[in-house]
Design a protein around this ligand. Structure first.
Ligand code: C5P
Length: 243
């Protein structure tokens, strides 16, 4: 088999050139990192779980009319996605206070927010992905006003879909991060949800017990990360129940 051309290697994924023009193969690694890669480990099976879960969420989003980069899952660790120009922003939606918001604003972890809050971070590992405002985004030309309107609308639709899905299996969607890409169709530009949606990029708490079922298990040394992700996958019916 011909060697594939690696396009990019990130902390948790590798991107290879896809078989057709305009496609990319996204490979999910087992590497886990936190605190801008200050904490690192290899967690066997994490990549497989995130590949399946991201497929599940992206397919669900497509079915409710939210455009995504997902085309098909190729195998246990790889999926074929549409190539797009990633907007250099991490779009974070929060329903309950946690993580950096609790530190920044002193709001107690778990406090329900008056409404979903959308935040933006500039994607730059060397700078630690700093929080930015729409003023920075407009001034530095990272996205236009029209893009920002579309980004907020996409982010809130993803929030509605993911919150409902999770609520149905007894899980509270605390917050999540998405990335958005541009695709060009003739003279038109369309924004699509790209990268991944998985327990690596969401905070998920059991509604009854408050148990954390996301990457905070790794960040805060709360036990087995794969057990937590498997629990999410099993509740959603993505993975068969363990005997
Ligand atoms: O750390 P913070 O509280 O700002 O994270 C908010 C949400 O965004 C969390 O669900 C976290 O997992 C996700 N996130 C991410 N990648 C980053 C930063 C945050 O997936 N680089």
């Amino acid at each position: 088999m011909a060697r594939r051309k690696k396009i990019y290697e990130g902390k948790a994924k590798i991107l290879y050139e896809g078989p057709e023009p305009g496609t990319i193969v996204q490979y999910f690694k087992d590497d886990a990192t936190a605190f801008n890669a200050e904490k690192k480990d290899v967690i066997e099976g994490k990549g497989v779980l995130n590949n399946r879960l991201s497929e599940f969420f992206m397919t669900g989003l497509t079915s409710v009319g939210v455009p995504t980069h997902f085309l098909k899952r190729l195998n246990m660790r790889e999926q074929l996605v549409r190539s797009c120009e990633i907007i250099p922003l991490e779009i974070i939606v929060r329903n309950y206070a946690a993580g950096s918001m609790t530190k920044r604003l002193g709001v107690a972890e778990g406090t329900q927010l008056p409404r979903p809050i959308v935040e933006y971070c500039y994607k730059d590992d060397a700078l630690g992905d700093p929080l930015v405002t729409e003023e920075h985004i407009a001034a530095f030309g990272w996205a236009s006003q029209q893009d920002m309107d579309d980004i907020v609308s996409l982010a809130l639709r993803v929030n509605d879909f993911m919150s409902g899905l999770m609520y149905g299996v007894g899980i509270k969607l605390i917050d999540f991060k998405i990335e958005i890409g541009r695709v060009f169709e003739g003279d038109f530009q369309r924004l699509i949800v790209a990268d991944e949606i998985s327990p690596d990029s969401c905070r998920l708490w059991d509604i009854e017990t408050g148990k954390k079922l996301d990457k905070d298990v790794f960040r805060q040394d709360l036990g087995s990360l794969t057990d937590a992700y498997t629990e999410v996958a099993t509740r959603l019916g993505v993975m068969p129940k363990q005997p």
